[in-house]
Design a binder for this molecule. Structure first.
Ligand code: GDP
Length: 202
């Protein structure tokens, strides 16, 4: 897919105020600093679409961007940043939960995982929440340029083992990306395009 237009639509903390337009929606979420803003900018080819975080935990809103007038890309708040106060965390969790439980046009959630790290409890628990609620997701392993290919493959293999030896029967679709050298850009965008095409046909 070629991204011709990517426009900011609205930011809010209330799922009922998200755009009413029935476009397919793809959400991006992960721990603060995982590289979400950089990834969104890389995918859309716009350097400043999502704000890269000088201060993690800053962007605590649901951000809608309309892509090619065809689908919504949703930039969700990063989770798990220790310095966000408990009250903020609680509010964040409830509006994010509401978003996932109520947003009918949400087609797929991309859960971003730092490819350098061992599986983290907070990410595994978040995916468990998605699974329990029947919310489809894929994994994006970020910052792939920071590893050698064999290290990257080993980490992904380890992640797969961790998931399939616990709750999951199989690994969800996954991608390895780098915002620095655009690895994975075509794969992620083509994946979205394929789903959009299927939705159009049905
Ligand atoms: P966010 O908090 O998840 O939105 O993360 P950011 O996009 O702000 O990135 C956090 C930090 O990681 C920044 O210093 C980025 O420059 C860096 N970063 C993000 N993606 C990549 C990547 O693919 N490769 C490298 N080498 N650094 C990255």
């Amino acid at each position: 897919m070629i991204i011709k237009t990517a426009n900011f639509v609205i930011s809010n903390s209330d799922v009922s105020k998200c755009p009413k337009e029935r476009l397919a929606e793809y959400a991006f979420i992960g721990r603060s600093n995982v590289g979400k803003s950089s990834l969104i900018n890389m995918l859309t080819g716009q350097n400043k679409l999502a704000k890269t975080s000088g201060r993690p935990g800053k962007t605590q809103l649901i951000n809608h961007f309309k892509i090619n007038n065809e689908w919504f890309l949703v930039d969700l708040p990063g989770y798990g940043y220790a310095k966000v106060s408990k009250t903020v965390k609680k509010t964040f969790q409830s509006f994010i939960k509401n978003y996932f439980l109520q947003r009918e046009q949400l087609i797929c959630t991309f859960v971003l995982i730092d490819s350098r790290l061992e599986p983290q409890k907070i990410d595994l628990e978040f995916m468990e929440f998605l699974g329990e609620n029947g919310i489809p997701f894929s994994i994006i392993f970020t910052k792939a340029d920071k590893l050698k290919l064999n290290e990257l493959n080993r980490n992904i293999e380890f992640y797969t083992k961790k998931m399939t030896s616990t709750l999951w029967e199989e690994m969800p679709p996954y991608f390895a990306t780098s915002a620095t050298n655009s690895t994975g850009k075509e794969e992620v965008l083509n994946y979205i395009e394929e789903i959009n095409n299927k939705l159009e046909q049905s």
